[in-house]
Design a binder for this molecule. Structure first.
Ligand code: ZN
Length: 497
């Protein structure tokens, strides 16, 4: 099996993630999270909120519906422009994204091409249907939004939202007033988005229903730039890895050395990098920002870098989040369509706020954690940060007799109040360790015959498989110190020697 197949197999067998409607043969582009996957998803969202909402005391979370009325997405441009170029096989009827067919052949991005260009290129390359070899129809634009009738008579139209961003823009005015007109204002939301992908084939990287976590920061550049400049000054020695449009490779560079981007952008770039290295536990080398070319980026994005991670299961660098300076485009569009004033009063007259958007694909981030964490060498184990892993600690009895199961159950119940704990007694101790290694249980506590004598247990560390022996009374304190990184497992081991 390939690395990808091994990880997918583990995710299914152990309860992380699998294709939805499995017993009916599965449906492309939809995935279910099982008991472990769902917990990992929740933990990621919590850490994301903790980190990004704490960047400023005027950054807040809102929650909104998944359905927008027609006018919202007409104003945003999605009704007219949110489409991919589709080609159909005239022989077998299969549909494909035209740009993907070209990319597979040439290895170069074709996302920017319109349908005429794609049609020309397909002819030039002599491409035919990958499924049956048949000829293609002329390319057509296919709008990826799922349309809906609102109400019983069907005269009101709506859509499942294709992104969470518009939900925030249409609430700017209300929150700006509710928060006493304080700026900059950050509004975050985490929720589902829906895209009727033509042929979703990249697992959780191209889903028809997926989750986004986004922070939209509203500010007026000439007035609020200073606030961000001060913050930028504090972190401008931070190193990041960046691949500019004119570079073949990503280079390591200090934020302060990037002279052509504004401080408000660089500050958030640095903070996003820090989230990946400090919270998600990735190494500096595994993360990079890639600047998008004029052809690749949306016309309203003045500056656009994708954050990419090098993923084994997808064969290289893949976008998992992005930082977009969208200027005043969004509020301008909604002001016009809604006939509602979205400008704000300033000393220099009324101004329409600009937006910098920190956008994260939640499913992609969760998959990146699984991909980077999955170790499949001499031993299979999952290296998830202890704050994120669904199981922080498991408790077992060495054998299933002589009161050991009952004792281990008591310990589990006391730990379960403070940690994400798990208890099991089936199978041999070796098999329990192996199962827990595979799903990323950070620490395993074992109750043995010595426990019954001196009330001590062993704690085993997933990474090294080394063990320490500790009094049951100190267990909660020791686990807390390990989780909070106040003390390392190695330090405890040294103390025992
Ligand atoms: Zn065909």
């Amino acid at each position: 099996m390939t690395e990808k197949e091994e990880l997918e197999s583990m995710c299914k067998r152990r309860g992380y993630i699998w294709q939805s409607s499995e017993i009916y043969g599965g449906e492309a582009g939809f995935y279910d999270y099982g008991h472990l996957g769902s917990q990992l998803l929740d933990n990621w969202k919590r850490e994301w909120k903790n980190y990004f909402l704490s960047l400023d005391d005027n950054y807040h979370l809102i929650q909104t519906p998944n359905i927008h009325p027609y006018r919202v997405l007409d104003a945003s441009g999605h009704v007219d422009h949110f489409s991919d170029v589709m080609v159909r096989c005239e022989q077998c009827g299969s549909s494909f994204r035209g740009d993907h067919l070209i990319e597979e052949e040439t290895g170069e991005s074709a996302e920017w091409m319109d349908k005429e260009e794609i049609g020309g290129k397909i002819k030039e390359l002599g491409l035919s249907c990958p499924d049956c070899g048949g000829p293609f129809s002329d390319p057509e634009d296919f709008n990826m939004m799922f349309g809906l009738d609102l109400g019983p008579t069907g005269e009101k139209k709506g859509f499942l939202r294709p992104e969470t961003a518009q939900s925030v823009y249409i609430n700017f005015r209300r929150e700006f007033r509710a928060l006493r007109k304080k700026m900059p204002l950050g509004l975050a939301t985490i929720g589902s988005a829906f895209r009727n992908e033509i042929s979703p084939r990249q697992g959780v990287f191209r889903m028809r229903e997926f989750r986004q976590a986004e922070m939209q920061i509203f500010f007026v550049p000439e007035i609020h730039e200073e606030i961000f400049e001060e913050r930028y000054e504090m972190i401008k020695d931070t190193k990041v890895k960046v691949k500019r449009v004119d570079q073949d490779e990503a280079v390591e560079i200090k934020l302060g050395e990037i002279e052509d981007l504004p401080p408000f952008y660089l500050y958030h770039l640095g903070k996003m990098y820090e989230f990946y290295t400090k919270v998600m536990g990735l190494s500096f080398e595994e993360v990079r920002f890639r600047e998008l070319s004029e052809d690749e980026k949306a016309f309203y994005n003045k500056i656009h870098f994708d954050l990419e991670i090098d993923l084994d299961t997808l064969g290289g660098w893949e976008e998992i989040s992005g930082l977009h300076y969208r200027s005043d485009y969004d509020l301008k569009q909604h002001q016009e369509e809604s006939n509602t004033k979205l400008s704000i009063p300033t000393e220099e007259g009324r101004k329409i706020p600009h937006v910098i958007e920190l956008s994260f694909g939640v499913d992609r981030n969760v998959w990146a954690l699984l991909d980077r964490g999955f170790k499949n060498g001499d031993r299979t184990w999952l290296d998830l940060p202890v704050k994120l892993t669904p199981r922080q600690v498991a408790v077992f009895p060495l054998v299933r007799k002589d009161g050991l199961p009952e004792k281990s159950r008591d310990i589990y119940e006391s730990l379960n109040r403070d940690f994400r704990a798990h208890w099991e007694k089936s199978g041999s101790i070796g098999k329990r360790y192996a199962r827990n290694d595979e799903v990323g249980t950070r620490y395993c506590v074992t109750v043995d015959y010595d426990t019954m004598e001196d009330d001590s247990v062993t704690i085993r560390d997933i990474e090294t498989t080394e063990q320490i022996r500790v009094p049951v009374n100190d267990l909660t304190m020791i686990l807390r110190r390990l989780i909070e990184r106040e003390k390392s497992f190695e330090q405890y081991m040294e103390e025992q020697d």
